[in-house]
Design a binder for this molecule. Sequence first.
Ligand code: ZN
Length: 116
Amino acid sequence: MSIEAVMQGMMRTQWMCDGIFDAVCFCRHYPTADDPEKAQCWCRKPKIGMLIDATRMIERKYDCVCPPHLALFVGDRTEDQECAANAGIDFMWAQEWRDTVPDISTIKLPYERYDE
Ligand SMILES: [Zn+2]
């Protein structure tokens, strides 16, 4: 899968969720590797580099502190679950999240939780 296809898929998900995600991240490193899925990178799950990048993006976006322990990692792959565990962040399977969060407008964003 090309980087462009990954980006389009993620932006489509963001659009379908009415822009709920504060950060959309994926590994942009080693795009010329013979098999990008197998390229080793510090930010590829289950390593936690991308979580650190996402946290920094959110902190810059909202000019706030974003404590990782308040995050919820929603994922659909075992490496997502492993990444959350490696970072000490709560994890929820994507299907469970979709089933239990019927109205995305009711979700409290991390920076709102932190301000309370
Ligand atoms: Zn990377």
